[in-house]
Design a protein around this ligand. Structure first.
Ligand SMILES: [Zn+2]
Ligand SMILES: [Zn+2]
Length: 447
């Protein structure tokens, strides 16, 4: 088992010329996931020539790791400033960013984010905007954004992704990761599970739209994904080594994004569903579900779509005549479903023409021509039952109802989540074949 372990160091700061035509590169200099990882922070600060770090944490992550980091820096004669948010359920929005800006010690020369999702997204954007490098002290293996260069933030109450920079390093202490709350570890596992469908979606688009695809990057992600799935039992038990590997897979997923230059290798239809629910929860003020938890639940639904299409008896020679699903009231439907975000969704369609009739006919031609190849992709993913079992093993919610997602949101997500992004996935393929509404109705039956 041990010998096929991924060695993350070889993927850092090392340009790799690939047969896909790209030179893949991720600018992170160091990833340290170990017992005693925090002991290495001070030496890293000194060796990198930083003199005065600015630590960003919330009241929880400060207790878990921030205090220790400050002490260790002080032991090495490095003085640091910090800002600790009193709210552990912080929103990554204008208010939080303004607070950081008002509290920045301008003599600082590096930002250290101590936390997981929100603290990182805020620190990544904040450090980028003020022109400082940043690195991470991670407190939970809960999502795959650690190594990412983008920050999803809330602007005017709308989730918007900002291009920023990658951290120069990531430190993760195994004892801290393993004692993270079960639901955070399960969420990280759910975010990894979603790689099955996002990689398959990427292949579908490469086949149907000739989209850029790199088999090397895809297989790198697939390999670490499969290893992590085999570790479900250890992860559920809180085994440090298994949780360390989960963290590595989450970081590698971010590296794969840097390699390709967009989130294709890490985010497909399962993420569209998750983002859809995240927006609905936010607008409805219905509380918060961890991102990876939504991704896990979304993955099960998407796998049901994959399986249903695989078992459908279809004659590709009849595809050319398929009419696009047409709604008289499309604009009104989008306004009903996307509320505050409707104008952005409509503007995206205006620019990208995902549902343009001519493009639809062109895609039908490609779908018919490559139908056998498409069926191979459909057959390559796990069954919904297998994936459900994996989530159950790590004590993750696996049905929308487990986290309070309403039936209507599940149906609407299946039918409309594809409108959030101009990214071809199984959702758009089913729309192309005029099966999407039908499948959504089957998965979410009328009560
Ligand atoms: Zn490549
Ligand atoms: Zn994710």
């Amino acid at each position: 088992m041990k010998n096929d372990k991924v060695d993350i160091a070889q993927y850092l700061n090392n340009p790799t010329k690939c047969s896909c035509g790209k030179t893949h590169f991720a600018g992170i200099k160091m990833v340290e996931i170990s017992e005693g990882a925090l002991d290495k922070v001070a030496a890293f600060v000194r060796d990198s020539g930083y003199e005065r770090p600015f630590i960003v944490a919330d009241c929880n992550t400060y207790e878990i790791a921030g205090k220790v980091v400050l002490d260790k820096l002080a032991d090495h004669g490095i003085s640091a400033s910090s800002y600790v948010f009193a709210d552990a359920n912080l929103s990554p929005d204008e208010h939080a960013l303004g607070t950081l800006l008002m509290n920045l010690d301008t003599t600082c020369d590096v930002v250290i984010a101590v936390g997981s999702g929100t603290i990182n997204d805020l620190s990544r954007f904040f450090s980028f905007q003020v022109g400082l490098p940043y690195f991470i002290v991670a407190t939970a293996p809960s999502m795959d954004g650690y190594a990412s260069s983008v920050a999803p933030l809330l602007r005017n109450n709308l989730k918007t992704t900002f291009e920023c920079h990658v951290p120069v390093a990531i430190f993760a202490e195994l004892d801290i990761l393993a004692s993270a709350p079960v639901e955070m570890i399960a969420a990280g596992f759910g975010d990894v599970l979603g790689k099955y469908t996002c990689l398959a979606d990427w292949q579908l688009s490469a086949i149907i739209n000739d989209e850029y695809y790199c088999e090397w990057v895809a297989s790198l992600t697939r390999h670490s994904l499969e290893r992590t799935m085999k570790l479900s039992e250890g992860i559920a038990r809180g085994d440090k080594e298994a949780i360390g590997e989960l963290m590595e897979t989450l970081i590698l997923s971010g590296i794969a994004i840097s390699y390709v230059g967009n989130s294709r290798p890490a985010s497909g239809s399962e993420h569209h569903l998750a983002h859809f629910w995240e927006m609905q929860l936010l607008w409805g003020d219905k509380g918060h579900v961890l991102h990876g938890t939504n991704v896990g639940i979304g993955t099960i639904l998407v796998l049901q779509l994959y399986q249903s299409l695989l078992h459908e008896t279809l004659d590709p020679s009849s595809f050319q005549g398929i009419e696009a699903p047409h709604s008289e009231n499309w604009t009104a439907d989008i306004e009903r479903v996307f509320l505050d975000g409707a104008s952005e969704v409509l503007a995206l369609e205006e620019v990208m023409g995902k549902n343009d009739l001519q493009k639809h006919q062109q895609r039908l031609g490609a779908i018919a021509e490559h139908w056998d190849q498409i069926r191979e992709v459909l057959a390559s993913v796990p069954s919904p039952a297998e994936a459900r079992k994996l989530l159950e093993e790590v004590h993750a919610p696996y049905e929308p109802v487990h986290v309070g997602l309403e039936r209507q949101w599940v149906y609407d997500a299946l039918v409309y989540a594809k409108e959030i992004r101009a990214r071809y996935t199984i959702l758009q393929l089913l729309w192309d074949l005029n099966l999407l509404n039908d499948y959504a109705g089957r998965i979410v039956p009328e009560q």
